[in-house]
Design a protein around this ligand. Structure first.
Ligand code: ARG
Length: 601
């Protein structure tokens, strides 16, 4: 199905052309003065300059052309009102039959009028980015939430999308853990150079212990130079293939990944591949060799670097360091090698990264270095979405009450509790169901609270506001869906299952009878456009904005309309079809955001 604005623009474009102007002036947009009209075209103002004519004159000619269409032609069918407003705006109002007909086609369409890429792209999305053995904290939360939504949006548009968690499983952090384990339990076979047997199947720690080991070891290394040196040494030996350390490393990964998967499952976040930084390591030596041979890498104070500064830079972009003077490779080296790996395995058209915006410079360097050294073809898009910080009400990065960084599990529990209290306040739901519902609604509160902000902005995390059933919140959207579900259930109870099926699947949608219904219809018709914009701009907040408007439009319609008590059968069935469409649109919207609705709340 085409986009509504494209169809409307084509109609206006034709009218411009018929009057002797270029059809590109026919661009139609949603009105920014909804009190005056629904859509508008400002093309006459631009055409006035090009054709040296008064804009009002041009607008009048075009409107005359629209009005004067042959009966039965498409043009006539689109508009109910066309008017010129000084100094040359064309104000437009859709024909009611055209609008309801449009919704009918939308309802028939599996994708509800949304576009599918003509040339599907292969897109790798690098998000989540947790570090093994470090607890998943809210610093990683936004990456998971926004990345999951962007993955779903790109996939819905028809692309082949690969979500990669890009685990932080390499480097000093692993050495610190292993060194700490060694000093705690020196007799483990992993540390015995003469051991040739099978290593134990059981890990020598639980996830709880593992999560305590890292922070302790990291703190100790800052004070105890000797320990730090030993940890570096262990890191070096593990990276260079020490058999025992490798086996222990695998245990750390296994225990940690099991826990991570459970965390992501609760967040409704799902990765296609679980590669880690370690998987990119084999690609490093040949990559560096080539960069040296081809003259891209140069030595600087014992380190190996690629210059990435550009003349137009307004702030300094330092060289990208591949190898430090002590021979160690860095975060950037791994990211470059990961690009090599991804090109080899997936041949992507785009790679999208989601991290905190504090990593902006890192990705500028990595992207420039990979283009300059030819790791990717020119057509491959490299995109970094740097998001803002989640702050507490005090405007500082969010902390627990005791001041520490909040762990994801606690955060989720807090928000679930807030929702649970609300459910229990005013409803009679069994405790068990209330708990389950609170988990579903809590996730929506959390995700919507995040996604409704433009990603690059910092935002204030406010559990009470996010969990509210009113206002621009996830629970409000879910509440609206639940309301529609309950109307449909009542309809089923009153008129029978068959009748409900028939009405919701096939009844014709009639032209709107009142203002609120009209607004609901207009809002629904703009779904395709919205999803396309969210996809083009990789901006889930556009979907939030839209479903909030839609939920408002639906609720206004609902409060002013007797849906079930409507006497005309035809109209009643049309209502059922219309609200079924609204439900599908809302459900598709929240699915693209990464959450779902309960049956009751
Ligand atoms: N593990 C990293 C961190 O915690 C994020 C990884 C992001 N992805 C990447 N390809 N660098 O900051």
């Amino acid at each position: 199905m085409e986009k509504l604005l494209d169809v409307l623009s084509a109609c206006l474009g034709q009218a411009f052309e018929d009057c002797g102007y270029d059809r590109s002036y026919g661009k139609v947009t949603v009105s920014n003065r909804p009190d005056l009209c629904e859509f508008q075209c400002n093309g006459a103002l631009a055409a006035a300059k090009a054709y040296h004519k008064a804009p009002v004159k041009i607008a009048e000619e075009v409107v005359g052309q629209l009005g004067g269409a042959e009966a039965g032609s498409e043009k006539e069918n689109i508009w109910q009102e066309t008017a010129v407003a000084a100094p040359g705006f064309i104000n437009l109002k859709l024909d009611a039959d055209f609008l309801s007909g449009w919704l009918g086609s939308m309802a028939e369409d599996e994708k509800l009028g949304c576009q599918t890429e003509e040339k599907p792209q292969t897109i790798v999305i690098d998000y989540g980015g947790p570090n093994v053995a470090k607890p998943l904290h809210i610093g990683h939360l936004r990456s998971a939430i926004i990345g999951e939504s962007i993955k779903r949006i790109c996939r819905f548009a028809g692309n082949r999308v690969i979500g990669d968690v890009h685990l932080g499983d390499w480097g000093l952090q692993m050495g610190l853990i292993m060194q700490a384990v060694k000093e705690e339990q020196p007799s483990l076979p992993y540390f015995d150079p003469d051991f040739t047997g099978e290593y134990p199947e059981e890990a020598p720690f639980t996830i709880g212990e593992l999560e305590e080991i890292y922070p302790a070891a990291s703190a100790r290394a800052k004070e105890d130079e000797e320990f730090s040196r030993r940890a570096h040494d262990t890191t070096y030996r593990f990276q260079n293939g020490d058999r025992g350390l490798r086996a222990l490393w695998k245990q750390i990964i296994r225990v940690s990944v099991t826990d991570l998967k459970e965390n992501y499952r609760r967040l409704n976040v799902d990765f296609d591949v679980w590669y880690g930084e370690s998987d990119a390591q084999p690609f490093i030596p040949p990559m560096i060799e080539r960069m040296k041979e081809e003259g891209y890498a140069r030595e600087s104070q014992g380190a190996l670097v690629v210059d990435v500064a550009e003349e137009t830079d307004t702030k300094e972009v330092p060289p990208c360091i591949l190898v430090k003077s002590d021979g160690a490779t860095l975060y950037a080296t791994t990211d470059l090698a990961t690009i090599v790996q991804r090109v080899e395995e997936f041949d992507p058209d785009a790679i999208i990264y989601l991290t905190d915006k504090r990593q902006n410079m890192h990705f500028t360097q990595v992207f420039r270095a990979s283009r300059k050294t030819g790791l990717v073809d020119d057509h491959v898009k490299l995109v970094h979405i740097g998001f803002g910080t989640m702050n507490g009400k005090d405007g500082q990065p969010f902390k627990t009450r005791s001041g520490g960084v909040m762990r994801l599990e606690y955060l989720i529990r807090e928000i679930e509790d807030a929702v649970y209290r609300r459910i229990m306040e005013n409803r009679t739901m069994e405790e068990d169901e209330a708990k389950k519902t609170a988990a579903v609604v809590g996730l929506a509160a959390l995700k919507y609270g995040d996604l409704s902000n433009q990603a690059s902005k910092d935002y204030v995390f406010d559990i009470e506001r996010f969990a509210s059933f009113e206002g621009n919140t996830g629970p409000y959207i879910l509440y609206t869906i639940v309301r529609i579900k309950s109307i449909l259930a009542k309809y089923r109870a009153n008129f029978g299952e068959e009748a409900e099926k028939q009405a919701s699947l096939t009844a014709p949608i009639l032209p709107a009878a009142g203002e609120a219904e009209r607004r609901l219809q207009l809002c629904l018709a703009q779904f395709g456009e919205t999803i396309d914009a969210a996809y083009q701009e990789l901006a889930p907040h556009k979907i939030c904005q839209y479903i909030y408007e839609l939920a408002n439009a639906f609720n206004q319609f609902y409060h002013g309309t007797k849906i079930l008590a409507e006497e005309s059968e035809e109209r009643r069935e049309s209502y059922i079809r219309l609200i079924t469409l609204a439900k599908r649109v809302l459900e598709t919207g929240i699915d693209l955001l990464g959450f779902s609705a309960p049956d009751r709340m």
